[in-house]
Design a protein around this ligand. Structure first.
Ligand code: NAD
Length: 347
C-alpha cells in the first residue's frame, strides 16, 4: 500500500490581474506594512518604475535599473549594497524574468517580501526557482521563500513588447505547459493549468500578433503565461528544457528565442510517446499541435534555427552526448542519435 500515493506541491499566491493593475502596487505595499521599497526594474520598464516611485512617495527608497539575464552574482551584490544603503524592507520587481530573478536573489538573501510585476511571459514570478550565474556557471535552487508573495499582471505593461519578444516569450510559456503535460508525475491540477495555458497561448497569440494593441487578447495571453509559470513550478521539465539549458548555457543564447525555435521539434519527437498529452494538445490546437506551434514559430522575424542563432553544426553531436548522458525525465527515451537528429532538424 502507498506506492500509488503522490504528494503534490501546488503554488498559490496572491494574484492581481487586469488592465491598470499596476496602480494597486502601493496598496499591496501598504498591506505588507513596508516603508522602504527597493524597485528592481528592467530598462524597458524605466517609465513604469518612475510612475511607481511617484505613487509610493516617501515609501520609495531607491530603484535599481539594470538587472541581467541569468542573475549574475556580481549584479546581485551591487543591488544588495544599494538595498543596505537605503535600508530597504520590501522589493517590487517590474520587468521580464531578469528583473524578477534579481528580486528573488535579493529576497532569499534578506528575507524581504516581494511584489512581482511581470512584463513578459517568462513565468518566473510564479515559481519558487532561481537560476544564478557565478564565474560563467549557472546553478539553480528551489525554495518556497523565492516565490513572490504577490504577483500583479497588468496587460497594459505588455503592449510595449516588440513583436519578436511577444512571439518568442509566449512560446517560451507554452513550452512550460507542454512539458507539464507529458510529465507522468504531474498532478491533475497541473494538467488542468497546462491545458488552459496551451489553449490561451494558441488562441490569443495569433490575435496579439495581428493586433498588438488588443488589451483583451494581451490579457488572455498573460493569463496563459501565469498558468504556464505555475506548470514550471509544479511539474518536472524534460528534454525541451534540458536542450535549452545546455545550448543556452554553452553558447549564451537568448532565452526566449531558443525556447521558441526548439519547441515544435521537441514536440514532434516526444508526442508520439505521450498520447495523453498529444490528445489534450490536439483538442486545444484544433488539429496537429506540432503544426500549430511550428506555424507560430515561423512567424518570427528573427532567427528561427539553431544555425542562425550561431550554434556551430559541428557542436550538435557533443550537445546530444551531454544531454543523453544524464537526461531529464522525458516521455521518450533520450539517445544520442535521436537527439542529434532532432538538433539537426532545428539547426
Ligand atoms: P528579460 O527579462 O531578460 O527581458 C528581455 C528583454 O526584454 C530585456 O531587454 C527587457 O528590458 C525587455 N522587455 C521586458 N519586458 C518588456 C516589455 N513589456 N516591453 C518591451 N521590452 C521588454 O527576459 P525574459 O525572457 O523575460 O526572462 C528571461 C530570464 O528569466 C532568464 O534569465 C531566465 O533564466 C529567467 N527565468 C527564470 C525562471 C524561473 O522560474 N526562475 C522562469 C523563466 C525565466
Amino acid at each position: 500500500m502507498g506506492t500509488d500515493i503522490r504528494v503534490h506541491q501546488v503554488y498559490a499566491g496572491r494574484v492581481l490581474h487586469g488592465p491598470g493593475a499596476r496602480t494597486l502596487v502601493p496598496d499591496e505595499i501598504e498591506r505588507l506594512g513596508s516603508q522602504r521599497v527597493l524597485v528592481v526594474a528592467s530598462p524597458s520598464s524605466a517609465r513604469t518604475a518612475q510612475e511607481l516611485a511617484v505613487a509610493l512617495g516617501e515609501r520609495h527608497a531607491a530603484t535599481f535599473g539594470h538587472p541581467a539575464q541569468h542573475t549574475p552574482v556580481e549584479v546581485t551584490a551591487e543591488a544588495l549594497d544599494l538595498a543596505g544603503q537605503v535600508r530597504a524592507d520590501a522589493l517590487v520587481a517590474i520587468g521580464g524574468g531578469s528583473a524578477i530573478g534579481l528580486s528573488k536573489a535579493l529576497a532569499i538573501r534578506t528575507g524581504m517580501p516581494q511584489v512581482a510585476v511581470p512584463t513578459t511571459y517568462a513565468g518566473s514570478e510564479a515559481t519558487p526557482v532561481l537560476g544564478e550565474t557565478a564565474d560563467g556557471v549557472k546553478t539553480t535552487r528551489r525554495d518556497p521563500a523565492l516565490a513572490p508573495g504577490t504577483v500583479v499582471y497588468d496587460p497594459e505593461l505588455t503592449l510595449s513588447m516588440p513583436r519578436g519578444l511577444t512571439l518568442t516569450s509566449a512560446l517560451n510559456a507554452l513550452a512550460h505547459a507542454v512539458e507539464a503535460l507529458w510529465d507522468t508525475e504531474a498532478s491533475a491540477a497541473t494538467r488542468a493549468y497546462a491545458v488552459e495555458s496551451a489553449d490561451g497561448v494558441l488562441s490569443a497569440l495569433p490575435v496579439v500578433l495581428d493586433h498588438p494593441a488588443d488589451v483583451v487578447a494581451r490579457g488572455r495571453l498573460q493569463e496563459a503565461a501565469w498558468l504556464a509559470g505555475a506548470c514550471l513550478a509544479q511539474a518536472r521539465m524534460g528534454l525541451h528544457h534540458q536542450l535549452a539549458h545546455v545550448l543556452g548555457g554553452t553558447y549564451g543564447l537568448p532565452h526566449a528565442e531558443l525556447h521558441a525555435l526548439l519547441l515544435a521539434h521537441v514536440m514532434r519527437f516526444n508526442l508520439v510517446a505521450a498520447p495523453d498529452a498529444a490528445a489534450r494538445l490536439a483538442r486545444v490546437a484544433y488539429g496537429d499541435p506540432v503544426l500549430a506551434v511550428s506555424a507560430l514559430a515561423a512567424r518570427h522575424d528573427g532567427p528561427t534555427t539553431l544555425g542562425a542563432l550561431g550554434v556551430p553544426r559541428t557542436a550538435l553531436r557533443e550537445v546530444a552526448e551531454r544531454v543523453a548522458s544524464d537526461p531529464y525525465p522525458n516521455p521518450r527515451p533520450v539517445t544520442v542519435d535521436a537527439v542529434e537528429k532532432l538538433l539537426l532538424a532545428a539547426w
